[in-house]
Design a protein around this ligand. Structure first.
Ligand code: THG
Length: 368
């Protein structure tokens, strides 16, 4: 592949200097920004993530900030998840849907106060949808993208590293809760969350100017922990069933098809856009759904397009949306969307991969 030409549209991040010095080997583009995808190799990064601790530049998880008296009302319009129990200090994984119930994004929302939320978005221009709703409905709320850059610390030694920078109380954070922790005289939001199943934290770095000082402090403090620069890992996130917006789901899918029905309480999410459409599909139940799929045979080349899924007789019943070779499970692990006739545990299907047709098995649970 050729190189990507740098330009102002393809934004660098508050940590790009550190990422480059750490020897980043490949990037993807996400929210018009550079997201590292490989440091040593996808497989080496995977083994290291599962055994040590990594620092990830996830600045691409941009924040959509809602601020003002109507912030809570607007936030509930965006999602079928019932937000009445959400208090300051909590993070919620929230499906965001359009008027047809189609997925627009699958962010993590943080409630900062009754009048202030951050929506930590996946890869779609959610800001424009939210601004449009606020303007069109004359809501008393400001909608903007603040200078906030999440830095993730992920892996089994994440608590040990974080304690050295933020003190031992950071260990007491519960999953999907956040607190304020001092770094060089600034109060930063630190949450126990992140796009891996290895455990860890996300630091919401407010003000790019402290990005590199924090990056350097983490690497200095973690020398004996074998801390390394890392990034969301394709293999690990498939094993863990962490979905990728734009890959595993699009506007064509409802949250129920994505297996995100457990994050919807559409009946009580009063005011949610697409509520009527979702109530209809939730009543009937989806006819296709995301599943874990193991694909037989040796490692298959990378998947930059979806692979058709068929019955053994050749009838089209779905597609593979993400796939990778798993060294730990010694099989090709995948995420796919399959029709209900073939979504049960153990169902056998055929996948038209780039390396030819392969037999595969459907699973009701992911590996991690
Ligand atoms: N952290 C933050 N922002 C993000 C991501 C993140 N924005 C982009 C992207 N990731 C959004 N997508 C996801 C997908 C899965 C999860 C978080 C964000 C996730 N899921 C857990 C799971 O499925 O096991 C737990 C969800 C729960 O139980 O509430 O963490 O990673 N800031």
């Amino acid at each position: 592949m050729a190189l990507i030409s740098p330009s102002r549209r393809l934004r660098r991040t508050a940590f790009s200097e550190g990422v480059e010095a750490a020897g980043v080997k490949a990037y993807t583009v996400y929210n018009h920004m550079l997201l590292p995808t490989v440091f040593r190799s996808v497989e080496e990064d995977y083994h290291h993530l599962k055994s040590a601790v990594q620092v990830w530049d996830v600045s691409v998880e941009r924040q959509v900030e809602l601020r003002g008296p109507d912030a809570g009302r607007l936030m509930q319009m965006l999602t079928p998840r019932d937000l009445r129990g959400m208090l300051p200090g909590m993070c919620y994984y929230v499906p965001i849907v359009d008027e047809t119930g189609g997925m627009l994004n699958d962010p993590v929302a943080l409630k900062l106060s009754d009048e202030r939320y951050w929506i930590s978005i996946a890869d779609s221009d959610l800001l424009f949808w939210v601004k449009g709703l606020a303007y069109g409905l004359h809501l008393d709320v400001l909608v903007d993208e603040p200078d906030v850059s999440p830095l993730a610390v992920q892996g089994p030694r994440a608590d040990d590293l974080m304690e050295r920078i933020f003190g031992s109380s950071v260990r007491d954070l519960r999953f999907f809760r956040y607190g304020y922790f001092d770094f060089q005289g600034r109060d930063l939001i630190v949450a126990r969350s992140g796009y891996s199943k290895q455990g860890g934290f996300e630091i919401y770095v407010e003000d790019s100017a402290i990005g590199m000082p924090l990056w350097n402090a983490l690497f200095e403090a973690g020398k004996d922990l074998d801390v390394h620069a890392g990034c969301p890992n394709l293999i690990e996130r498939i094993e863990g069933g962490l979905l990728s917006y734009g890959n595993d789901m699009t506007r064509e899918n409802t949250p129920h098809e994505c297996g995100l029905g457990r994050f919807c309480s559409t009946q009580t999410a009063i005011g949610c856009v697409g509520r009527d459409a979702l109530l209809r599909v939730a009543k009937e139940g989806p006819v296709q759904q995301i599943r874990a799929i193991s694909i037989d045979g040796p490692k298959i080349g990378g998947s930059d397009r979806s692979w058709p899924v068929t019955t053994e007789k050749g009838k089209r019943i779905g597609k593979i949306t993400s796939a990778a070779w798993s060294p730990d499970y010694e099989t090709n692990v995948a995420i796919g969307m399959v029709r209900m006739t073939h979504w049960d545990e153990g169902d056998r299907i055929t996948v038209e991969t780039t390396d030819g047709p392969r037999e595969a098995t459907v699973h009701e649970q992911f590996w991690i």
